[in-house]
Write a protein that binds this ligand. Structure first.
Ligand code: LFR
Length: 490
């Protein structure tokens, strides 16, 4: 079969990318054709996404893919949880908020009164993150915006709606809302009722791999191509990234390392035990009915927010490469903190918060940007160690390797620390796993449309990634007392 060429749109909280992805039986090639910065915009004490700006950048990127070759399909993935509301005329009601907005402060406690945590977990299987869609929506109860709303569209679904005019809720992302029943694969009518949210807000669920429809005329005109199908992919970026993990036969854990670090396992069915709930592990739905059993770890967000703070202060020499080089030459495990402390969730003066956490924990306070960077990386490695081990023990697995995908796979120091902390080999890359997972699912959908009988499963997609992409191996080295460091962060 001829290779197909699709536009894989992968939106992260700090940058968005539009790639041309060429997929054939033995070829898989990504070309980044458009990249743009992204970030929440604070206005009047709220944190908004500039969603129209994102839509415009997505269009620019798609046009670039079309301009440079054939274009057989378009698929969008982004971070999870956040949404836009549309009214009965199909218009956006208000600017979507970021999950780092403080509007959900205190909301989980309110929801707990209507639905105790254990019950909620039994239905959704989700980690208690204060920003889960259910809490964001409950925070909007009684507001004019929610009253005017006809539908809630998760961000990739909103952008897909603007491209096609079709509403829906892609399954992998729907599973992150806290309103989706992980046992039945449907919206939970019961949870909607008990929290006072109208079930009609939630659009019909659609499958990753479904063809949503051709682009509407206004988009076709802009891009210069008619009849291009938009294809539903694992629209939760983590779902696409895990498709893009180049795992073979081995028993593996993964770390999808971007703004967040998602640390866990791929399973065949959810783990809804009391132990999993107490350990606060999530069960998100993946492509092809898999379950991502994982923990959200604060991730490189903490470092990127430090960089932003230092750049605002016009500190010189605080480029990322300089900081990482300095950190690699700094003493290990001198000062470690709980990198998952909720105080690190909201944007702000992150260097000061890291110093405060160190002080409160009785650790030496890191004083320089390099020392703070080292504290963040050591602390991340400790969190990876703790949560990979927890995941394995909760799911009853022995592990051979840890795959690191996403931008963090390019951070050699962090990959080495991860191997050391876990005493397991780390296989790092590809950095663009989410875009690959997005493109591979589109390519399979297109082949299915053509009536091909021989469709790749996840293992075959991963084998293709291994054949076409370099993966860097980090062997664990000894010499550091990770156990002692782990006991310092509690
Ligand atoms: C990663 C991610 C995580 C989700 C968080 C918030 O980009 O999608 O999986 O928990 O962002 O949406």
């Amino acid at each position: 079969a001829e290779p197909v060429r699709v536009a894989a749109v992968d939106l992260g909280a700090t940058s968005g990318r539009v790639m041309a992805c060429r997929v054939g039986a033995r070829t898989l090639h990504l070309e980044e054709l458009h990249r743009f910065g992204n970030g929440a915009v604070p206005v009047q004490g709220s944190l908004y996404w500039d969603v129209l700006g994102i839509h415009r950048e997505v269009l620019v990127g798609i046009r670039e893919v079309a301009r440079t070759g054939r274009l057989h399909g378009i698929g969008i993935d982004s971070w999870a949880v956040d949404y836009g509301l549309i009214d009965r005329d199909g218009r956006l009601v208000a600017n979507p908020r970021s999950h780092r907005d403080s509007r959900t402060d205190g909301v989980p406690a309110r929801v707990r009164k209507a639905v105790p945590d254990a019950e909620l977990y039994g239905v959704t299987g989700l980690q208690q993150l204060p920003f889960n869609t259910i809490y964001q929506l409950v925070s909007e109860l009684g507001t004019p915006a929610l009253e005017a709303a006809e539908r809630m569209l998760l961000l990739p679904d909103l952008l897909t709606y603007w491209l096609t005019g079709e509403v829906g809720a892609e399954r992998t992302n729907a599973s992150t809302t806290g309103l989706y029943d992980v046992r039945t694969g449907e919206w939970s009518q019961e949870l909607a009722e008990r929290t006072g949210l109208p079930l009609s807000l939630l659009p019909p669920v659609r499958e990753p791999g479904a063809v949503v429809g051709p682009v509407v005329a206004e988009v076709a005109e802009y891009v210069g191509l008619h009849d291009v199908p938009v294809i539903s992919v694992g629209s939760h970026d983590t779902a696409s990234a895990v498709v893009g993990v180049p795992a073979g036969e081995e028993s593996f854990a993964y770390i999808s390392s971007g703004t967040w670090s998602l640390v866990g396992l791929e399973l065949g069915s959810p783990v809804l035990t009391a132990e999993a709930r107490k350990a606060d592990f999530t069960n998100e739905t993946g492509v092809d009915g898999t379950i991502r059993f994982l923990k959200n770890v604060m991730g490189l967000w903490v470092l990127s927010e430090c960089l932003r703070t230092w750049a605002d202060r016009r500190l010189r020499d605080v480029t990322l490469p300089a900081l990482l080089a300095g950190a690699a030459d700094s003493p290990a495990l001198r000062s470690v903190v709980d990198i998952n402390d909720p105080q690190l969730l909201a944007p702000g003066d992150m260097p000061a918060r890291i110093q405060d956490l160190a002080r409160e924990a009785g650790e030496p306070v890191p004083r320089t940007p390099v020392a703070i960077t080292r504290t963040i990386l050591d602390s991340l490695a400790l969190a990876y160690r703790r949560n990979v081990r927890l995941a394995a023990s909760l799911a009853g697995r022995d592990l051979d390797v840890v795959h690191v995908v996403g931008g963090g796979a390019q951070n050699a120091l962090l990959c080495q620390l991860t191997a050391d902390a876990l005493e397991l080999p780390v296989l790092a890359g590809p950095a663009e796993a989410a875009a690959l997972g997005n493109g591979l699912v589109q390519a399979r959908a297109l082949r299915q449309l053509e009536g091909s009988a021989d469709l790749p499963d996840l293992a075959a997609m991963r084998a293709l990634i291994r054949r076409t992409h370099d993966v860097r191996r980090y062997e664990p080295t000894g010499g550091l007392d990770w156990d002692a460091a782990a006991s310092r962060v509690g």
